[in-house]
Structures are given as structure tokens and as C-alpha cells.
Design a protein around this ligand. Sequence first.
Ligand SMILES: [Zn+2]
Length: 46
Amino acid sequence: MAEIKIQVKGYKCERCGHEWIPRKKEYPILCPNCKSAYWDKPKKKN
Ligand SMILES: [Zn+2]
């Protein structure tokens, strides 16, 4: 049996770098690790 890597859609927090796979279909509001609501917003100058 060969080993393969299965790609699963997940999310990565832009703040703490935490990666996770959502169990719900809804778009995650908070990062489960750092609880940031801006986990999907990269840091910008403004
Ligand atoms: Zn985070």
C-alpha cells in the first residue's frame, strides 16, 4: 500500500500562523488558536 498525501481544504491564521480544518461549512469567524477576528486579514500599513 502506497502512502499518499491527501489535501484537505483548511484555513490559516494570518496572525498566529495556526492552521486548522473547519468542521462546519460556515466561514470561521475567529481563529481557534488566538481567537482573533482578523485571522484572515494580513497585516497592512493602514
Ligand atoms: Zn490565530
